[in-house]
Ligand binder design. Sequence first.
Ligand code: SAM
Length: 221
Amino acid sequence: MENLFAAVDAYFIEKLVENDPVFDQILTNNQKYKLPPHDVSPSQGKFLYLLTKIKGAKRILEIGTLGGYSTLWFAKALDDDGQIISLEYDKTHADVAKENLALAGVSNKTTIVVGAACDSLEEMIQTQTAPFDLIFIDADKENNSVYLHYALQLSTPGTIIIGDNVVREGTVLDSKSSDRRVLGVRSFVDDLSTSKTLTSTAIETVGVKGYDGFTISIVEK
Ligand code: SAM
C-alpha cells in the first residue's frame, strides 16, 4: 500500500501543487548541506499555505525551521505586511534556511531566531511579543507540551495551533514506548484533550513522506 499512497500523493502534487522551482532548489540546497530530509511534503506545504490564506494570517510562529521549506510555504501565503518568525536550534540549519529564504525573495517577511526554542519563546513572552494568528510546532517532539504551554501564551482567541508528526507510523499508540518523541507527542495530545481554551482534532496522513499526521487546534477563549 505504501507505494500506492506515495504514487497518489505524487499525482496530486503534479496536478495541484505549483511547480515553483524555488522549492526544489531549496530541497537541493538542503541536501548539499546534508540537512536531514524532515521537511513537510509538497502537499502538506500547500496545505499550510492554504490554511494561512483561509485564516488571513498576518503573524505566524514556526517552531523548527530546518532549511526553511515550510517557512517558505507560509511566507508565500502572507501578504506583504505579514511576518513569520521561525525558531531553530541548529546554527547550520538556520544559516541554510536564511540562504534559502533569500534565494526565494522572502527575507523581508521572515525572521529566523537561532537558539533553543524554549529560550526564544521565554524571551518572546518576557518582551510581550504580540500574539500570533497561526503557530506551527515542528521541532523536537519531546518538548511538544512545553511548546504548547508557550504557544498558548502567544495566542489570542482564533489562533490556530498545528502540531506535526503526531502519528509516527502508529507508534503514538504505544504508551510504554521507550522513544521520548512518542511520549512527547502523547503528552502533547493529553494536554490538547484537557485544554479548556483549545478545541482540536488530529488528521492521519499518508504519501511521499510515509504514514504520519498532524493535530490542528483553535484557541476558543
Ligand atoms: N518545519 C521544517 C520543514 O517542514 O521544512 C522541518 C523542521 S524539522 C522536522 C525540526 C527542526 O527542529 C530541525 O531543524 C531541528 O534542528 C530543530 N530543533 C530541534 N530541537 C530544537 C530546539 N530545542 N529548539 C529549536 N529547534 C529545534
